[in-house]
Ligand binder design. Structure first.
Ligand SMILES: [Mn+2]
Length: 314
């Protein structure tokens, strides 16, 4: 593996043609927006470039990648991975060597022949933005929209802790280049399916409070999911919901797998170590976000979990 600079990366790409771009498994706005933006930029530079037809595009904003999908039988001569930290995250159905990787994950394993990683960037979109400028010298409204999707989704619309002054500058540059920020924000952050709204309403009215409200736990039984007709997609980021209650230092969402198993996501403000809590039940993660599976009924699990968290608050 050889690390390259932006200009070296642009040179590498200029020397190639028939380029296939990979997005990661369970594609999000960053991998889709970034890969689509790079594809568009390569086409402007006169290249034949397509996105690998990730079968999971259908689950998440398929319209982003739609204009760039590879036709049946496209035989690439150069493979580029975008926002793809390691080989276990290859899109379903892809197996092969990667020539070049553009990414922002510090954990990138260097599986590609050439790698451009900027680990301090909140999104891969910010790396692609510089690469696109090196390739074509400017940003137009089409690429600005795609990169705005990438940067905004990886930062929760410029809200998460990974958002820095640099991220906001990138956002400003994209808006000045023509990104339709208000339109995209409405679609990406201010629109929910009916099932999602119904799920949120039911969840919020069923929060369980422990330890004077410092612990808030929400239980999602199968019955509840069926009642509102929610799918996996409707449950995205649901773990953050109970933590919104004022005074919460630790929150959890417990999802029923079957009557004697449940999946638990714990979020904390840092006062409680979520990793330690989940490790007690064979799981783990980070200080402020962890998970585990418990061999218990989901309602019973809520009380057990609250007890384990409460011990750290004594
Ligand atoms: Mn990303």
């Amino acid at each position: 593996m050889k690390k390259v600079t932006i200009n070296e990366a642009a040179e590498l790409l200029r020397a190639q043609d028939n380029i296939l771009l990979l997005t990661h498994v369970r594609p999000d706005g960053d991998t889709m927006g970034s890969a689509s933006a790079l594809c568009y930029s390569l086409r402007l530079a006169g290249k034949t470039a397509y996105l690998y037809n990730n079968p999971q595009f259908e689950d998440n904003y398929p319209w982003i990648a739609a204009p760039y999908l590879a036709p049946e039988g496209f035989a690439p001569s150069y493979i580029v991975a975008v926002d793809l930290a390691d080989e276990t995250l290859f899109p379903k159905g892809f197996d092969g060597d990667v020539d070049f990787c553009v990414d922002h994950h510090p954990s990138n394993t260097g599986y590609a022949k050439h790698t451009l990683v900027w680990p301090n960037k909140a999104s891969c979109g910010e790396v692609i933005m510089e690469l696109a400028k090196a390739l074509s010298g400017r940003l137009d409204a089409t690429i600005a929209d795609l990169l705005y999707i990438a940067v905004s989704t990886d930062t929760g619309c410029f809200v998460y802790g990974n958002t820095t002054g640099e991220t906001l500058s990138a956002g400003a540059e994209l808006c000045q280049a023509g990104a339709r920020n208000a339109v995209l924000n409405k679609i990406l952050f201010r629109t929910s399916s009916r099932a999602r709204i119904a799920l949120e309403a039911l969840l919020m009215s069923s929060f369980r409070y422990y330890d004077d409200g410092r612990i808030v736990i929400s239980v999602i039984s199968k019955e509840l999911l069926d009642e509102v007709g929610a799918t996996e997609k409707d449950c995205a980021d649901i773990a953050a919901l109970p933590g919104r209650v004022e005074g919460t230092v630790a929150s959890a969402v417990i999802k029923e797998i079957d009557p004697t198993h449940c999946k638990i996501s714990v979020r904390t403000t840092g006062l409680v170590n979520a990793n330690k809590v989940c490790a007690r039940f064979g799981g783990g993660g980070h200080q402020m976000a962890s998970g585990c599976i418990m061999d218990k009924n989901c309602f019973e699990a809520a009380d057990i979990l609250a007890g384990a968290i409460g011990e750290q608050l004594k």
